[in-house]
Design a protein around this ligand. Sequence first.
Ligand SMILES: O=P(O)(O)OC[C@H]1O[C@H](O[C@H]2O[C@H](CO)[C@@H](O)[C@H](O)[C@H]2O)[C@H](O)[C@@H](O)[C@@H]1O
Length: 299
Amino acid sequence: MGIPELEAPRTAAGRAGLAALLAAPAEAVVALDFDGTLAPIVPDPEQARAHPGAVAALCALAPLVGAVVVVTGRPAELAVRYGGFAAAPGLEHLTVLGQYGAERWEARTGALSAPEPPPGVAAVRALLPAALERAGAPAGTWLEDKGRAFGVHTRRTGDPQAALERLRAPLAELAAAHGLVVEPGRYVLELRPPGVDKGAALTAFLAEPREAAGHTAHIGGAVLYAGDDLGDLAAFAAVEKRRADGLPGLLVCSAGNADSTGGEAPVRELADRADLVVPGPAGVVALLAALAGRLSAGR
Ligand SMILES: O=P(O)(O)OC[C@H]1O[C@H](O[C@H]2O[C@H](CO)[C@@H](O)[C@H](O)[C@H]2O)[C@H](O)[C@@H](O)[C@@H]1O
């Protein structure tokens, strides 16, 4: 079988990022969001699973690059489970940064670090059901308790966008009263502690010393980041900042789903800022596989 085609990024910065990744893969980091990027969007968040080709593509690529990291709004343990990332040959050095960087799982040790949530989380947990009722949350609204944050999902209501708008202000008020913030996502309002985002998580990860070719080094090579949602904008900004500092990067937008809920418009700002827009998780998997093919052919 031939090497899958690698689509050229539409921007000069993206082309430079891709070229740097291919030229010095051992210095590169591949960072990926989970839902909507590695896992197709589905109506029930508990049924989300990695695209059938995702683990194989990651297993092929991970040994060829400096590091692979999943940066997700999910609890890290859930992303590992839904992703099928544990004990996958090739993913022995995978890191999963969960809850926007508050949690961390390392494949190498199987260790999970998940610090205690701030006290406001318990207060919001107690008050959220009544607040949703008072706000007139429509049938189908689903509350996801992530331990240190909450997702209020409207995808399964009759009019998901209208439900989101109806709940936005009352939830912001409740969150603020207990030291949390509300961040919107794809038909979800997340109530979570402030001060964590995917940009800070990615930047901190990239600053960590890691073993490269027998010596300890910081990542000075290319960073590929792929995401699909508003929460990924902070990671895009982190890569853009590195680029402004002269370090190469490639921004990928996973746009839409090819399956069940299909046809959802991409998050405009993410698509506009991306160097490469690919058709959902299937497109991300094809990109990862193409990168792995190119890199292993060049060895
Ligand atoms: O950072 P991510 O890995 O993209 O996680 C963001 C949130 O994703 C999940 O919700 C989204 O995916 C669901 C399953 O496809 C979908 O039903 C929902 O509409 C989306 O918003 C997850 O439930 C959240 O906890 C994550 O923070």
